[in-house]
Design a protein around this ligand. Structure first.
Ligand code: ATP
Ligand code: FE
Length: 356
């Protein structure tokens, strides 16, 4: 069957068509992502009101484009999957309203999807990963470890108690005079740097469990920068590279060590070797990937990182999550509501990592 996916929970407007079997294999037929980076550039962050208006303007054309790219008419679609949260509420509402309108006009069943479930199920869309597996979600807005038991059951092992790592990359880039988005800028700049010049902290490694923290690391990087400026009156290119490299290796160390702990606590419950999957924009970082790969090799665990276009926000993952969950659930009615917060793991809502 063909599923139309719609995603508008943050700063990307996306629509996609995924074809597959409910609860079974699927392929991406088309995937359109319209970013808003330029719109928010002048403000140094995503402005919710601007994001919501841009979604309203772009959702319609994104859906048409996804259908055109798939060479399908709306009448050839069998169901609609839409992100119903968590995220910036204005954007989520725009997507849900469009999806309801399409559903009302066509009679197609409507499935409200948790954006995080979309990310967490992506490895099964791109690779042949069996349930259960361990998932590390690392993006601009999220950081958490999940055990994905089936398409609808997620157990949270831990997550950030403050910032998400992507957010920290973006802020640190700003602090040391690099452009946005900060992740790729820091990665490039760090290549020429000495990761040992600044001894930055590895937050929460002294505590058991897989909770993470990035806000202290960001502050420590700010202090290191201020130390250099106090001595020399400014930052040279070498200082920027050394700060970027020292920060990046600290993030990689923390993510690797906490991944090790997540995998070990999983293995205590389940003797079968799990797969470690990553998703989110930060998973694009080669040093972080290689630190995670090293941990997986040591623990004889398979490592899967979906291609970047499916790791960052997109609508294919939303269509796929709807398809994957179909056997376990009913379609939603027109009372489907947009939720700013929606923890994946119902047993620990208070523990939800930082949203945006
Ligand atoms: P979310 O998916 O949580 O709703 P988002 O849209 O901000 O939020 P993504 O699109 O998955 O998240 O990722 C964007 C984030 O990833 C940004 O913070 C960006 O700096 C970071 N990022 C992108 N490339 C890299 C990289 N090479 N190294 C580190 N961070 C990166
Ligand atoms: Fe996302």
């Amino acid at each position: 069957i063909n599923i139309l996916g719609i995603e508008s929970s943050c700063d990307d407007t996306a629509a996609a068509v995924v074809r597959g079997v409910p609860g079974g294999a699927a392929t991406v037929v088309s995937s359109v992502v319209v970013g808003q980076t330029e719109l928010h550039a002048a403000f140094g962050g995503v402005v919710p009101e601007i994001a919501a208006r841009a979604h309203v303007e772009k959702l319609d054309v994104s859906v048409k484009q996804a259908l055109t790219d798939a060479n399908l008419e709306l009448s050839q679609i069998d169901a609609i999957g839409v992100t119903a949260g968590p995220g910036l509420i204005g954007g989520v509402v725009s997507g849900v309203m469009l999806a309801k309108g399409l559903s009302a006009a066509t009679g197609l069943p409507l499935y409200g999807v948790n954006h995080l479930a979309g990310h967490a199920l992506t490895p099964r869309l791109t690779d042949n990963v069996a349930f259960p597996y361990v998932m590390l979600l690392v993006s601009g807005g999220h950081c958490q470890f999940l055990i994905v038991e089936d398409a609808s059951t997620f157990r949270r092992l831990g997550g950030t108690i403050d910032d998400a790592p992507g957010e920290a990359f973006d802020k640190v880039a700003r602090l040391i005079g690099l452009p946005q988005p900060g992740g790729p800028a820091i990665e490039t700049c760090a290549k020429a740097g000495n990761p040992r010049r600044f001894a930055l902290p590895r937050p929460l490694l002294d505590r058991p469990g897989c909770d993470l923290s990035f806000s202290g690391l960001k502050t420590a990087t700010l202090r290191a920068r201020d130390g250099v400026i106090a001595q020399q009156g400014g930052l040279t290119g070498t200082d920027q590279s050394d700060l970027a490299a020292s920060f990046q290796v600290a993030v990689a160390d923390v993510l690797a060590e906490k991944s090790r702990r997540a995998l070990i606590s999983y293995l205590e419950l389940n003797p079968a070797r799990p797969t470690l999957c990553v998703a989110g924009g930060v998973a694009a970082n080669a040093s972080i990937r290689s630190a995670l790969e090293t941990v997986c090799t040591q623990l004889s665990v398979q490592f899967v990182a979906p291609p970047l276009r499916l790791c960052t926000d997109n609508a294919a993952m939303i269509a796929y999550a709807a398809l994957a969950q179909m056997p376990d659930r009913d379609a939603d009615g027109f009372d489907l509501s947009a939720r700013p917060r929606w923890p994946l793991d119902k047993s620990s809502p208070a523990m939800l990592g930082s949203g945006k």
